[in-house]
Design a protein around this ligand. Structure first.
Ligand SMILES: N[C@@H](CCC(=O)N[C@@H](CS)C(=O)NCC(=O)O)C(=O)O
Length: 203
């Protein structure tokens, strides 16, 4: 299978970490949807990465659908619990973490527009999502070892990718100072080879 991705996408990083944790072989295809000659729309009508192209050419998107699929194809290291209550808890964490990446990416894109066309109100609205999201993650993690308790799973991967994306795009946000419990989790995640191997390059 092939993963169409960019090295800076937090959603693609989530999928790459899941692939690594589950020891699934795949080929990376780097294609930025922002390039004029990108082929991403040929694989995903929404023109977004990541897209997983299966060996029979079937395509899967978005990242939440891809990780759900990957967790079913290999029994190695189960990342989404089978129990429906626990499963919902993990997917709720993922929605929160991905939502922080969505808001941060929206600010990043808005700031690339000519200054006179940027909306200050829009940026503030997205900023609030990021700060409220960090607050919520910190409160819900508390003193627990991992996001949902004793076991590492997709919720921790999603949170680690959102925090990594903030470090990449907004290093001035001092989330480690404001939320030491998130810093503790991020430090633990950064020891994992799957995280080490997918650190987004500065661009
Ligand atoms: N909900 C999607 C979000 C994917 C997404 O926003 N990808 C960005 C790259 S980080 C993208 O492709 N943006 C191109 C665009 O918005 O046109 C997912 O989880 O896969």
């Amino acid at each position: 299978m092939k993963l169409i991705m960019t090295p800076t996408s937090p959603y693609a990083r989530k999928v790459r970490i899941v692939l690594a944790e589950k020891r699934i072989e795949y080929e990376q295809v780097i294609d930025s949807p922002w390039d004029a000659n990108s082929h991403v729309p040929d694989f995903n009508p929404l023109g977004m990465v990541p897209v997983l192209v299966l060996d029979d050419d079937h395509t899967l998107f978005d990242s939440r659908v891809i990780v759900e699929y990957l967790d079913t194809v290999s029994p190695v290291s189960q990342l989404i619990p089978k129990d429906s209550r626990q499963r919902l808890a993990v997917r709720r964490w993922e929605a929160l973490a991905d939502g922080i990446s969505d808001a941060a990416a929206a600010i990043f894109v808005e700031r690339k527009r000519p200054e006179s066309q940027q909306s200050h109100e829009w940026i503030v609205r997205q900023d609030q999502k990021v700060f409220r999201g960090l607050e919520a993650m910190s409160e819900e993690l508390g003193e627990k070892n991992w996001c949902t308790g004793e076991f590492f799973n997709l919720s921790d991967i999603a949170v680690g990718c959102a925090l990594g994306y903030l470090d990449l795009r907004f290093p001035e946000i001092e989330w480690r100072k404001a939320h030491p419990v998130l810093a503790r989790l991020a430090d633990k995640l950064s020891q994992k080879p799957s995280f080490k191997d997918t650190v987004p390059p500065a661009s």
